[in-house]
Design a protein around this ligand. Sequence first.
Ligand SMILES: Nc1nc2c(ncn2[C@@H]2O[C@H](COP(=O)(O)OP(=O)(O)OP(=O)(O)O)[C@@H](O)[C@H]2O)c(=O)[nH]1
Ligand SMILES: [Mg+2]
Length: 266
Amino acid sequence: MKKRKLVVFLPAHNEERNIGQVIERIPREMGRNWTVEVLVIDDGSADGTVEEALRAGADHVVSFKENRGLGAAVREGLAGCVRLGADIGLMIDADNEYPAEEIPEVIAPIREGRADYTMGSRFKGTIRGMKLHRRLGNICFTMLQAILLRRMIWDGQSGMRGFSREAMDCADIIHDYNYAQVLTLNLVRQGFVMEEVPITYQVRVHGQSFIKFRKYVGNVLPAIWREMRRPAAERERVPRAAVPQAAYAATPAGSAPQGESKQRYG
Ligand SMILES: Nc1nc2c(ncn2[C@@H]2O[C@H](COP(=O)(O)OP(=O)(O)OP(=O)(O)O)[C@@H](O)[C@H]2O)c(=O)[nH]1
Ligand SMILES: [Mg+2]
């Protein structure tokens, strides 16, 4: 029986003090029928992020020559998962704030065929150390998405998300700066089923958040506007009641990504 594959990908920019710990926390055993691979998207880091990632056991690294932004890195991560033949992709921040050992729970709704897109929800789970203004910012941006999609969302800015193969194939991130809101709007409006899973979150111990309020709002709000103006091509919805494992076919690794990047696919 052909094994199924989970690719865990980490967008990273100058995370040499954190990325190794995240990779070491990733469970490599997911049951007999599964293989787990780790892909790092290094967004022009100027420190030892890549060396640390490889030391900790990363299987594949894509390095952008220059910093392109988190949206561009996540776009490349999703494409990389598809190239590597992943049945499921799981994105996790490289700053060691999210619980890599809870990956099995976060992808469970996809494995069980209930969802195409999952978000590890801090607000449904446990939050340690998040400052008040960050909480409020998260609540406001989450409410905006909930209003636009007319459904309940608990945590629209999570840095831990799971994707079915089909969701990875169809996801389109409209800007390079960020992905958090526009990716959810894009996938849900295409008809993909989203589910939130409670997770345990601990604010970063090393390094700095890249979020600068004015720059964030100035980039994210126009991108949400542009995303919402795009026609949402509703997919033909085929109910996928727990698809038997053998029915999934892993696609062979495809062509290399375009542009300024260096790859070390294992
Ligand atoms: N691709 C890319 N990733 C970045 C950049 N800046 C930060 N990151 C990565 O994005 C992830 C999240 O970064 P953070 O700075 O913690 O931002 P955040 O998690 O959205 O915000 P916080 O709530 O403050 O933690 C980490 O894995 C970073 O390494 C960047 O310029 N490009
Ligand atoms: Mg963070």
